[in-house]
Design a protein around this ligand. Sequence first.
Ligand code: ATP
Ligand code: MG
Length: 562
Amino acid sequence: MATAEPTVSTDFVREIVAEDTASGKYGGRVHTRFPPEPNGFLHIGHAKSICLNFGIAAEFGGQCNLRFDDTNPTKEKTDFVDAIQADVKWLGFEWNGEARYASDYFDQLYDWAVQLIKEKRAYVDDLSAEEMRTYRGTLTAPGKESPYRERSVEENLDLFERMKNGEFPDGSRVLRAKGDMKSGNLNMRDPVMYRILHAEHHRTGDKWNIYPMYDWAHGQSDSIEGITHSVCTLEFADHRPLYNWYLDTLEIDHPQQIEFARLQLNYTVLSKRKLTRLVNDGHVAGWDDPRMPSLAGLRRRGYTPEAIRDFCERIGVAKTNSTVDMALLEYCIRQDLNLRARRVMGVLNPLKLVIENYPAGQTEEFEAINNPEDESAGTRMVPFSRELYVERDDFLEDAPRKWHRLAPGKEVRLRYACLVTCNEVIKDENGQVVELRCTWDPESRGGNAPDGRKVRGTIHWVSAPHAIPAEVRLYDRLFATENPDDVDDEGDFTDNLNPNSLEINTHALVEPSLANAEPGERYQFERLGYFCVDLDSTPDNLVFNRTVTLRDSWAKIAAKGD
Ligand code: ATP
Ligand code: MG
């Protein structure tokens, strides 16, 4: 499925694909894949890869497979498989046919390994992990060949089969390809193809006691599926010679691996290992905690698939790593929600405002615009009465001259309703302001001054007898530092967690039109930001997540750059 963006920008990956289709390589076919390992939820970095792989397939009339790279049974779970599928669909993409699994190819991979043994290109090695490390050499020193390297084909076949049958303990032997122990590329120094692991696999159960390494599985899986362009992140560039060597040696269909820079985002981490830590150590409430950069977290926070795809389009695809500013992601969601979110009024820190010259017990309604960006969203009626709540921050007792909000003697506009002037400030025994006594101008119904006098400030409000209590979860960045990995030697990235990343407000009041707000619905609370109804929300206990504030800091950055 194509993305919503009508304009398609190009990049070096798309240029390679365009050249290949023009030259008729792969018969003009374009077939990509997205290959997540089901050991965690997808994050915004994966979204970049998804948009690239599915986007290319759509633009070139090709296909994109979803393939689970499930070669490491100890960390993989069916729950993650399900979550990943849900997230890819939510982002707006459809994979070709059924989801695939590297584990579907375990038999074929085994047969190919046997073939390499017979061709004297692979051998069973008994060196310990420690010994293997020593023999491998370093970037500056060549490696040494294993004393087991010249075993006979018969002995290798026998040992490999017995490895498969579970006769040997974990880690006691491996199957290795005969590469070149003097290669400048460490990946080519007799790479491990199989390791012994007596582990239950989420799909193959206890059938296997050996599991293929990523490098032995990936290229061949691509080949089996007829992938033409195998797009991956830069850290795999050093693996490309091995990817090619396996495919050439096996003489099977040969896709092309292309590497691009992975997404890095400031104030967060995009490594599944670290995200898993945050979840398992209880630093967040789960993979879908709205502070997480996971797609499930962003969705719960109120992000839309459109905003995430827009973000991926804007960051582009490059060959060198760089860090993207979180403000750009926030800009994208603001842009999208500005067009589609219904405006409502809610007060986070209520301060009572009584209109002394408004009859007690009387109620009237004012018409409010649902979305100034979208006329079809229509209007709604908002109830008004003698007792209201306004935002505590909108009142200052000793206001400077340029203060246009509430202050003693100042007139302000209550959005959609009328003009009011504050006459008296009531305080409790601690001197805390607890109530404002005001008068309204009955001629200003709707909010306009009858004589055209100028009233600069407009504030939001709710009617006290009509307002609904709500819990509001206000999120800040998960990490306090731009680069969470910036720690000293004994330090750990969790040291940089922002202790104030979540503020739970249980005294907010919202207008009554939100009484039946459903989880997942998104609103703009006027002047406060964009909010999304949380999964925990019920009609008796409304819960909103603040997706993002209204302040648009990215616009300033962008404008400066122009
Ligand atoms: P992590 O480092 O978070 O554990 P991974 O590469 O191990 O990520 P996979 O599930 O193997 O995670 O990733 C699936 C695909 O998504 C791979 O092709 C990988 O290159 C790509 N990918 C992962 N992280 C990013 C990122 N930050 N930016 C772009 N693509 C990414
Ligand atoms: Mg990986």
